[in-house]
Design a protein around this ligand. Structure first.
Ligand code: IPM
Ligand code: MN
Length: 359
């Protein structure tokens, strides 16, 4: 069999980012041996440390370099000595925007044996995906100050919603739902009762595009109500589509019901370009360098990357290994409480990938 090869740009980033990415790469290398895939990793040292030393976030030509890869694998961005907003905007959001990764895909799936704070709900109830718009809304950077620093100061933060951006996001959600082939239901999550410009547009486009998908059930829910239903009736959901800000908020809620930041992963997707995969938990400065952080979220981000590259069977092999590690080994998914170190968890997943476990 001919060996396949992928060029992966790796941005380990700040805090525990490098530790979890190391384990993710360990697992990808195991996949490579088992499934005859070659990964060529190029490392980029972008993040807080580099910024503090050089004042530079993404160096000149950096985005162009990323474009030469098949995918990007990112650890975490955020440094306690750097004012919040700088690294996030100049690295993470800049990559999302400039590579037009217009979807932020966040699966919320509870694996067997993983603790969820929701009483009486299990893996059969918690299995949905949030499709978050990733380049517009409140994140687009529209707005400004008037009379800054005076008692009459005005701060304006605008939500930008384009017909084009909304339509491609909603279309992605329907297509994804069809391909996923589970409950065949897309729920638009918004705020039509108050934000009557943005959500009027979203609702109209949802109805219009939805007509092209007669096989898929359509539903609408207000974002505040969804926060209750994620807890009370998570089994109602299959694919959720929403804007950037609401998507940011509800996916943290989603992460906690699937077992927390130790396992939650996401993909920043440009279906026609270069996509980026990351654990969604952040840089966790207090655990840095201690070998106690859970690498499963980064490992699951690697799994999503393989899925997106079309390597479905190797992605499945990672998922089975992760499920086995959660079910048969870890005492908890939280940092420092796993009963294993970061590198031991990576070793276990890599071992089960190579052995090819059946559950
Ligand atoms: C996320 C994060 C980012 C976001 C931050 C770090 C800019 O919270 O990926 O959800 O708000 O999108
Ligand atoms: Mn977030």
């Amino acid at each position: 069999m001919e060996e396949k090869a992928y060029k992966i740009a790796v941005i380990p980033g700040d805090g525990t980012g490098p530790e979890v990415i190391r384990e993710g790469i360990k697992v990808l290398e195991a996949v490579g041996r088992k499934f005859n895939i070659k990964f060529n990793f190029t490392f980029f040292d972008w993040g807080g440390e580099r910024y503090l030393k050089t004042g530079e976030t993404i160096p000149e030509g950096g985005i162009e370099e990323l474009k030469k890869h098949d995918a990007i694998y990112l650890g975490a961005i955020g440094h306690p000595q750097v004012k919040p907003g700088i690294l996030e905007k100049e690295i993470l959001l800049r990559i999302r925007f400039e590579l037009d990764q217009y979807i932020n895909l966040r699966p919320v799936k509870l694996y067997p044996g993983v603790w969820t704070p929701i009483k009486d709900k299990g893996p059969e109830d918690i299995d949905f995906v949030v499709v978050r718009e990733n380049t517009e809304g409140l994140y687009a950077g529209g707005g400004g100050f008037l009379r800054k620093g005076t008692p009459y100061e005005v701060a304006i933060q605008e939500s930008i919603n384009t017909r084009y951006g909304v339509e491609r996001c909603i279309r992605f959600a329907f297509e994804y739902c069809r391909k996923r082939n589970k409950k065949k239901k897309v729920t638009l999550v918004g705020k039509t009762n108050v934000l009557t410009y943005a959500w009027d547009l979203w609702y109209r486009v949802f109805e219009e595009v939805g007509k092209e998908y007669p096989d898929i059930e359509k539903d609408y829910a207000h974002v505040d109500a969804v926060c209750m239903w994620f807890i009370k009736n998570p089994e109602w959901f299959d694919v959720i589509v929403t804007d950037n800000m609401f998507g940011d908020i509800i996916t943290d809620l989603g992460a906690i019901i699937q077992g927390g930041m130790g396992i939650a992963a996401g993909g920043n997707i440009n279906p026609n370009g270069v996509s980026m995969f990351e654990p969604i938990g952040g840089s966790a400065p207090k655990y840095t360098g201690k070998n106690v952080i859970n690498p499963l979220a980064a490992i699951c981000a690697g799994m999503m990357m393989l899925e997106w590259l079309g390597e479905e069977s190797s992605a499945k092999a990672i998922e089975k290994a992760v499920i086995k590690v959660c079910r048969d080994h870890l005492k908890s998914l939280s940092a420092g409480k796993m009963g294993y170190t970061t590198s031991e968890v990576g070793d276990l997943v890599a071992k089960y990938v190579e052995e090819g476990v059946e559950l």
